[in-house]
Write a new protein. Structure first.
Lengths: 358, 358, 287
């Protein structure tokens, strides 16, 4: 178990990571989700020992490893840019950490063979990285990271530079590959879909702070804060200011709906995921919203409609092809039963989809 | 603006190509209408960038002709073809302000300052750059710089086509979404022919009216996003488009009908009578759980937010199905139903019963 | 990223430290020592305080030498930098001729400096030198051993021939690093070659040009060997640059005090001017 206790990092006068408490366990994917400058890479470097925290401690299996340099820890890292030794063959690349550890050649051979088999690059063992495709280079880098049998494997957006389809493929394979091992896996990504598909636990990061941490499904379905909901939504979550009074929630004078009794009167920010705003009404409780369509993106199987309503830019994501012209007036339907309500401080007070098994 | 035609176009980077593999682009004939939005979609190495460079004039094809309207432009350099190109990473003139950057192509062509001012304001408004006009171009973020690159192409009135070479590659993921819909919006307003090269299907399918799917130097299928999604002519297209892609399951053919594990499967097309082995292609969206039907073993359920992806084994083959959020998913053994009109037989990878080319 | 702190590294560095201390720091301290003392020989020293410094700074001889030096440095910078950039622009960026051009450009830099001086010395001789003879035949009355103007001309020509290559190679490195897409985009924008130079190439070369200018400035201010071999500071003292003057005082006249003071002033002047140059050039970059 890897624990970060009040770990923070400041460089110069700027705070890159605010004091954070996190605990990662082996056996599941731990995802760090956030935008590019949210602090994912810095956090990973702190976990690995490549950077020393300005404040706080890092504990591994109970022992304080904060001051321990990375060479003494049993850590592997995979980067976004496929980092391999350019002059070594694939075999030598994968074998390098084992050779540094001075394992006997027969052992090296066996383990490299196993790993190459697992990563499906056995046919490439005597080639150089420059002769391989992007996907194969990244597999080599991953093989090298995993052959060491480290306690902690950090993957910093490893699929970001790969083709769309290749990303899908590897995304499918990775959990299977890591399922057998007993190590702590921490995976950084900017895509909420990836975090969801991996399952496990997710930490939603924003501007150096952890907005939320917990089992991925839960964080997704019950974001603790507005920030967390925004981080964990693609396309971006639709928000608007609402007021609750007299048992109803008012978006503006025309648009209002029945409120949950538990919610007290006052102002709130509502969050509604784009796939709950549809061009057609699905159930009676749906609220009609009139707006002007800015652009409709049709992908053959889905429609993403950007529209302007009550002064906000909202997005609707639906199955099927729903062609709309730019500038067209349209009515879309919001499934308000799935709305989140956040108070002035951005904390979740109510809402979430109809309960379902996690 | 003009119609773009490619006639008997072939290209090889080698001086004496001898076999198929030496050709980066195999023979193709394409016609693009004036004012359309097209995408060249395919994995890395499929030849899409080569094709784009031939259209823009940065590369001279080894065979064939490029015609703009009725003019043969094959030998003409880029500046004489009246095209604009947006590259993978932003190209801006660092020392100039945003205004001067946008004005540059017009000033080079001797346009008077008044017209320049009008055009630049118009384009700046369209690309949301109006507030930045006075700033130095080097100070903008990557997406701002790409907008400038785009703006320089839009500001000219003599442009036949605007070509995009994977323009969103360096953009932050959460800004990609905005810039993508902005590109679509701009296309609808300006009616320029736009050709967009990418490996990302979301970008291609949401942007283009028609998509050219390429693989290994060949055009595999051309169609609207809907056509490509609903009726892939080739298992490659079926697999490449859609996330997750189409399921391809080997089957036996009995008298033109598909047979899987001894059970006859209803499909929308028939195979030729002399065929014995083929494949069934069906998208995960069109498979549902049922009380009776083909038997499968459910191996994994992933939560993708608005739906669940279920991995299962059908007759020894891995398949995926999409189940909407909230629907029950059986565990272990279950039965599935394939939607007949979306299930198709593919012989040798091609849609059975399809005559001729795409 | 923090590199691991390894105390053993000091042991690797120690021998070099000792060597440098011996060869540089100790002699430097000796000079400082001399600069504040007066001696009449026989190792008898009297404290002189800042006398020597005052003397040097007030002497017209020093002012003249400084004036000549500044003229020299700024003239060669004005010639070498633009010329270097022009040549770098003309050099091919791809193909086999690249290596040929690079070798040709590197050659002047490889010649030992006193050989350079000797070459131009003979080259310029009015009777037997190729340059000298040609110029005189054409009609110019050229004799660098007699006429200060001709001496300056030859001195500057020699330096330009010797050191422009450095600017060329640095500027070329900067140019080559510009991705093709910039040129393609400029072509598509309809930009003329001048516009391409002004808006793409020059801005991208700014960093390397800063380094080139700084290097040339420091080196030319320090220059000794070539002018010494070429003209010896003559005719008269018309080409006596600062370093030559310094050596004359220190070794010729054996006035260690003033010589030491002058060296220190010289050192500080170069330091100051380099710092100013650098700050001015990099501050523009940060804007």
């Amino acid at each position: 178990m890897l624990e970060l206790k009040q770990v923070g990092k400041s460089v110069g006068g700027t705070v890159h990571i605010h004091p954070t408490d996190l605990a990662f366990e082996a056996g599941c994917f731990n995802v760090l989700l956030g935008t590019t400058l949210a602090g994912k890479t810095t956090l990973m470097q702190l976990m690995a020992g490549l950077e020393k925290p300005t404040i706080g401690n890092v504990h591994f299996n109970g022992a304080d490893v904060t001051g321990l340099p990375v060479q003494k820890r049993n850590v592997s890292m995979v980067y976004q840019q496929f980092i391999n030794y350019p002059n070594f063959s694939v075999y030598d690349n994968i074998a390098s950490p084992l050779r540094v550890a001075r394992l006997p050649d027969s052992e090296v051979k066996r383990r490299v063979g196993e790993m190459a088999e697992l990563m499906k690059i056995s046919a490439m063992l005597d080639r150089r990285p420059s002769e391989l495709s992007g996907g194969q280079q990244q597999r080599t880098a991953m093989a090298r990271a995993m052959v060491k049998d480290s306690d902690l494997i950090l993957l910093d957006e490893p699929l970001a530079n790969l083709d769309f389809k290749l990303r899908e493929e590897l995304r499918d394979e990775l959990p299977k590959i890591f399922a057998e091992r007993n190590c702590i896996v921490v995976y950084a990504t900017t895509e909420p879909t990836e975090a969801l598909l991996f399952g496990g636990k997710t930490a939603a990061l924003h501007e150096g702070r952890v907005a939320d941490f917990g089992p991925t499904s839960e964080i997704y379905r019950r974001p603790a804060s507005l920030t967390s909901a925004k981080v964990f939504s693609e396309p971006p979550i639709n928000i608007a200011r609402v007021v609750k009074k007299d048992g109803r929630i008012f978006l503006n004078d025309e648009i209002h709906w029945q409120a949950d009794k538990a919610l007290s009167d006052g102002e709130y920010t509502m969050g509604l995921r784009p796939h709950h705003v549809l061009p057609e009404s699905a159930q009676k409780s749906d609220v009609a919203i009139k707006g002007t369509v800015k652009v409709a993106e049709l992908s053959g199987s889905e429609s993403m409609i950007h529209f302007d309503a009550f002064g906000e830019d909202w997005v609707s994501l639906s199955h099927g092809v729903h062609p709309f012209e730019s500038g067209q007036e349209a009515t879309l339907y919001a499934d308000v039963s799935t709305c989140f309500y956040f108070d002035g401080a951005g904390k979740l007070v109510a809402g979430g989809p109809v309960s379902e098994e996690g | 603006m003009a119609r773009i035609s490619l006639s008997s176009l072939k290209h090889s980077y080698l001086p004496n190509p001898s076999n198929d593999a030496d050709w980066a682009l195999k023979e193709l004939n394409l016609n693009w209408d004036d004012g359309g939005a097209y995408a060249l979609l395919g994995p890395s190495g499929c030849g899409k960038t080569t094709l784009l460079n031939i259209i823009s004039g940065l590369l001279n094809p080894s065979h064939g002709k490029v015609l703009f309207g009725d003019d043969d432009v094959t030998g003409l350099p880029p500046e004489q073809r009246h095209i604009a190109q947006v590259f993978q990473f932003p190209v801006v003139y660092d020392t100039m302000t945003v205004y001067d950057n946008l004005a540059f192509p017009l000033r080079n062509r001797g346009v008077d300052e008044k017209t320049v001012g009008e055009r630049v304001s118009e384009i700046a408004a369209m690309t949301d750059l109006t507030e930045m006009l006075g700033k130095r171009a080097s100070g903008l973020t990557a997406d701002g710089k790409q907008k400038i690159s785009l703006g320089r192409g839009l500001v000219r009135t003599d442009v036949n086509a605007i070509l995009f070479d994977e323009p969103l590659t360096v953009i932050d993921p959460h800004l990609k979404f905005q810039l993508r819909s902005k590109l679509k919006e701009i296309h609808q307003r300006t009616a320029n022919t736009m050709i967009y090269v990418t490996h990302d299907q979301t970008e291609a399918l949401t942007f283009a009216d028609r998509v050219v799917v390429m693989n290994v130097g060949e055009v595999v299928q051309i169609g609207t996003p809907e056509e490509l999604f609903e009726t892939p002519h080739h298992t490659f297209v079926g697999h490449f488009i859609g996330s997750p892609g189409m399921n391809v399951i080997p089957c036996k053919i009995d008298n033109g009908k598909a047979v899987l594990s001894g059970v006859s499967v209803k499909t929308s097309n028939k195979a030729a009578t002399d065929v014995k082995q083929a494949e069934i292609g069906v998208r995960p969206e069109f498979i549902s759980f049922a009380k009776k039907g083909l038997e499968v073993q459910v191996t994994k359920v992933s939560d993708a937010g608005r739906f669940n992806i279920v991995d299962a084994i059908l007759a020894g083959n891995p398949i995926k199905l999409l189940v909407p959020e909230g629907s029950p998913i059986p565990s272990e053994t279950a039965h599935i139903e394939l939607k007949a009109d979306r299930t198709r037989i593919y012989c040798d990878g091609r849609l059975a019963g399809l005559e001729g080319a795409a | 990223m923090n590199k691991t702190v390894n105390q053993k590294a000091w042991f690797f560095v120690l021998p070099v430290l000792i060597l440098v201390a011996f060869n540089a720091i100790v002699p430097l301290m000796t000079v400082v020592n001399y600069s504040v003392q007066e001696t009449f020989g026989d190792n008898v020293f009297f404290w002189a305080g800042i006398t020597w410094f005052e003397d040097v700074l007030r002497s017209s001889r020093f002012h003249d030498a400084m004036g000549r030096q500044l003229f020299f440095t700024f003239t060669i910078l004005a010639i070498e930098v633009p010329l270097g950039v022009i040549i770098a622009l003309a050099m091919p960026r791809k193909g086999i001729w690249v290596s040929v051009c690079l070798v040709l450009m590197a050659m002047p830099l490889l010649i030992p400096w006193n050989v350079v001086g000797a070459m131009w010395n003979i080259f310029g001789l009015p009777e037997i030198g190729l340059l000298g003879k040609t110029l005189n035949t054409i009609g110019f009355d050229y004799n660098y051993t007699r006429q200060p103007g001709d001496a300056w001309f030859t001195l500057i020509m020699m330096d330009v021939w010797h050191w422009t290559s450095l600017v060329v190679l640095l500027a070329y490195a900067g140019l080559v690093s510009i991705p093709d897409a910039y040129y393609q985009a400029a072509k598509i924008d309809g930009a003329s070659s001048w516009a391409i130079f002004r808006y793409i190439q020059l801005p991208k070369m700014k960093r390397v040009l800063t380094i080139a200018i700084l290097l040339r400035f420091m080196d030319s201010f320090n220059i000794y060997t070539e002018p010494s071999v070429l003209t010896g500071g003559g005719p008269g003292n018309s080409t006596t640059l600062l370093s030559i003057d310094l050596v004359k005082i220190a070794l010729g006249q054996f006035d260690l005090g003033p010589a030491a003071a002058m060296s220190l002033i010289y050192f500080l002047v170069i330091l100051l001017m380099s710092w100013i140059f650098y700050t001015v050039m990099t501050r523009n970059e940060e804007q």
